[in-house]
Design a protein around this ligand. Structure first.
Ligand SMILES: Nc1ncnc2c1ncn2[C@@H]1O[C@H](COP(=O)(O)OP(=O)(O)OP(=O)(O)O)[C@@H](O)[C@H]1O
Ligand SMILES: [Mg+2]
Length: 360
């Protein structure tokens, strides 16, 4: 028997003023799986989460939890009976309640049972010692962990998180992210995490659903989305990019960097070759010529350094290319700071470039 998804969304749509803000969106999450909804501001991430939580009504589509219909356009399990935990950016604890009372907030049953549950949850986030403290006596990170304990105390089947870590400073954020993830995995909770930061999605997700204008445009493991992006926008969402244009002849595109394969692309079609700055190679000028062409790196093209910046772990070098005056950026590890005006040669790693037909 096929395993039953913890959460299944079928063709969910929400319109505001006639505009589909969430547009026929389908998504499946298994128990213990972390899926990230990743996308630019306004693409419909929070609206999706609100519908799953039951605080916003969809115009079409269904929500299923553990193989049971929870909500369609007619039938509706109320929000508080869905066993869905929420953690939003504004996670504020109740200031007038103690840590124990905050964690116990969503619990029912006899006081002794509730207290035991609160102790267990605070142990999990390593904050038992603060059980009788007030929220204002805790650091930001500690408050965040209490909020996590509060969200997990009623044992939700699904955890919805909307940019829950964005209020924390960098170092603390990494730590809390890792703690949160291991607790949720251990509990077998299905997680839908909303973020607009690709780094956060890559770090946390088993599965990334990349969203644009209310739709999921690509979904898969972080490695797959990063290395097999469907279009230029997807590549550029994860990193800075360089774009080289060419026209296809006989499934090949001729460029100053040599020929690129464009299988299945018709003759005369314009294509864009997209390459990340870290996948360019730089070589020195030897009396006006560069390194010899190779199968792996193609033909070198010459450019002049416009500026070079040291970024810590790497250096960013910007070139103006001889052949068309276009700008190309290359990132190299360590310190490499050639002077502006210096001619250098660039090659593009064939296995790291993406070739997309130009549309529209
Ligand atoms: N109640 C509402 N009435 C009208 N329009 C709305 C309403 N709620 C959301 N929208 C619109 O729907 C779109 C998507 O909003 P949503 O909050 O889902 O975006 P988001 O992806 O979470 O963005 P962000 O990353 O900025 O939080 C926006 O254009 C927003 O203005
Ligand atoms: Mg939002």
């Amino acid at each position: 028997m096929a395993p039953v998804p913890r959460l299944e969304i079928r063709n969910l749509t929400r319109r505001f003023d006639g505009r589909a803000v969430v547009d026929d969106l389908s998504l499946t999450i298994m128990p213990g799986q972390v899926t990230c909804l990743l996308g630019p501001s306004g693409c419909g991430k929070s609206t999706t989460l609100r519908m799953i939580a039951g605080v916003e009504m969809q115009d079409a589509g269904e929500i299923w939890v553990d193989g049971t219909l929870v909500c369609d356009t007619v039938f509706r399990v109320p929000a508080e009976r869905r066993r869905i935990g929420l953690m939003f950016q504004d996670f504020a604890l109740f200031p007038h309640l103690s840590v124990a009372e905050n964690v116990a907030f969503g619990l029912a049953g006899p006081a002794a049972e509730k207290r035991a549950r609160v102790e267990t949850m605070l142990d999990r986030v390593s904050l038992r010692r603060f059980i009788d403290a007030w929220p204002h006596e805790l650091s930001g990170g500690e408050q965040q962990r209490v909020a996590l304990a509060r969200a997990l105390a009623p044992d939700p089947r699904i955890m919805l998180m909307d940019e829950p870590f964005s209020g924390l400073d960098n170092r603390l954020r990494d730590e809390i992210r890792d703690t949160t993830l291991s607790i949720l995995k251990e509990a077998g909770t299905a997680v839908l995490l909303v973020t607009h930061e690709p780094d956060e999605a890559m770090r946390m997700a088993d599965d990334i659903a990349l969203m644009r204008q209310g739709r999921i445009v690509q979904q898969g493991a972080p490695y797959n989305i990063y290395n097999a992006p469907k279009d230029k926008q997807t590549v550029s969402f994860f990193s800075d990019i360089n774009v080289i244009r060419g026209t296809v002849r006989g499934a090949l595109t001729e460029t100053p960097f040599g020929r690129f394969l464009a299988p299945g692309v018709p003759d005369g079609q314009q294509v864009e070759i997209v390459i990340r700055p870290q996948h360019l190679k730089i070589d020195f000028d030897r009396d006006g010529s560069g390194p010899l062409p190779t199968a792996q790196d193609g033909t070198p093209a010459r450019g002049t350094v416009i500026r070079a910046r040291f970024m810590g772990r790497e250096s960013l070098v910007e070139f103006r290319m001889d052949h068309d005056g276009s700008t190309i950026r290359a990132v190299v590890p360590n310190v490499f700071l050639p002077r502006p005006g210096k001619p250098l040669w660039l090659t593009i790693r064939r296995d790291r470039c993406f070739v997309f037909p130009v549309t529209g």
